[in-house]
Write a protein that binds this ligand. Structure first.
Ligand code: C5P
Length: 297
């Protein structure tokens, strides 16, 4: 018997970053939107824990116990006093090290899949607690939709959305490490007073109304200068998308994936075609959101 869970990628429509905390993390006001690009995580009973991965970026995915999917299985098994004896297979479509929560998606997916396979009966609250231990973005991968994350991003409040938003994502030639981007944020922030991160009321209203023009005017990412500082060529990709009619352009999370908000599905395809032709990125995808979080298939 196997269990398969489908988990979406995310884009941060707002990422407000506060000063570094004593524990090294940063307080955030993080507005997540789940978009329809998915990893599928399948768990099957096995003699011992094993992780395999397929997909265009599979070679870059660690298959040892650092993989968030493996860590999720270990964490749930430890709570039940059982062995994490599963084969976890990841069919990966979310870009690796892209700022779209691909690793977090696999963690949330493996957790939900193991909970189902083992009949471990973890409540939603227990699953969310384990997700928060695994990483700041993992709880959102479980719940999906749209949500505001505060604290280090893991304390979620669901947000209302009044429509579907159409996005184009440009994958970069190489990855960026999230800790490195936060370190660069700290370096660039030296000597400056960093305000408390707060969610933008205009942005929340735009999401609630499904107003794409208003959303375009309200998106922001405080990590963008740090990502651009480490990866200056991303400015060319952003420029190519803007020139092709995107209403808003931004780096997704800690990057280096760049995100382009389009007025509709058709214009998203036009922006995607222009980005492909621009030669400024490795590959281009379109996806709409919000979509549901981790779901057992
Ligand atoms: O929580 P997660 O493991 O996803 O975080 C990865 C890294 O990103 C952390 O080690 C930290 O360097 C940085 N981070 C941060 N503040 C946050 C979330 C992540 O500094 N709120």
């Amino acid at each position: 018997m196997s269990v398969t869970v489908r988990v979406p990628a995310k884009v941060n429509v707002q990422l407000a970053v506060g000063a570094a905390r004593p524990d090294g993390f940063h307080d955030l006001a993080n507005v997540f939107l789940a978009v329809g690009l998915y990893d599928e995580v399948t768990v099957t009973p096995a003699d011992e824990l094993r992780v395999t991965c397929e997909g265009p970026d599979a070679a870059e995915v660690p298959l040892d116990r650092t993989n968030l999917a493996a860590r999720a299985a270990i964490a749930l098994a430890a709570r039940r006093g059982i062995e994490p004896a599963v084969h976890i297979h990841i069919a990966k479509d979310i870009p690796v090290a892209g700022g779209m929560a691909g690793g977090s998606a696999d963690g949330a997916g493996a957790l939900l899949a193991c909970n189902t396979l083992w009949g471990a009966a973890a409540s939603r609250a227990e699953l969310l607690a384990i997700c928060a231990e695994l990483g700041s973005d993992v709880p959102f991968s479980l719940v999906g939709g749209a949500a505001l994350g505060i604290g280090r991003g893991e304390q979620l409040t669901a947000l209302e959305t009044g429509g579907t938003f159409h996005w184009v994502f440009a994958m970069a030639e190489r990855g960026l490490s999230t800790p490195a981007v936060f370190r660069e944020f700290d370096r660039l922030a030296q000597g400056r007073q960093i305000p408390e991160p707060v969610a933008s009321p205009d942005l929340l209203e735009a999401l609630a109304k499904g107003d794409v023009e208003a959303l375009a005017g309200a998106v922001s990412n405080d990590l963008q200068p740090a990502a651009l500082s480490l990866f200056p060529e991303l400015a060319d990709t952003l420029e190519a998308g803007r020139g092709a009619g995107a209403l808003a352009t931004l780096v997704s999370g800690s990057g280096p994936t760049t995100a382009f908000l389009a007025p509709g599905a058709e214009s998203a395809e036009k922006v995607a075609a222009a980005l492909r032709a621009s030669g400024t990125c490795r590959s281009v995808r379109t996806a709409a959101g919000p979509v549901a979080g981790a779901t057992v298939l």
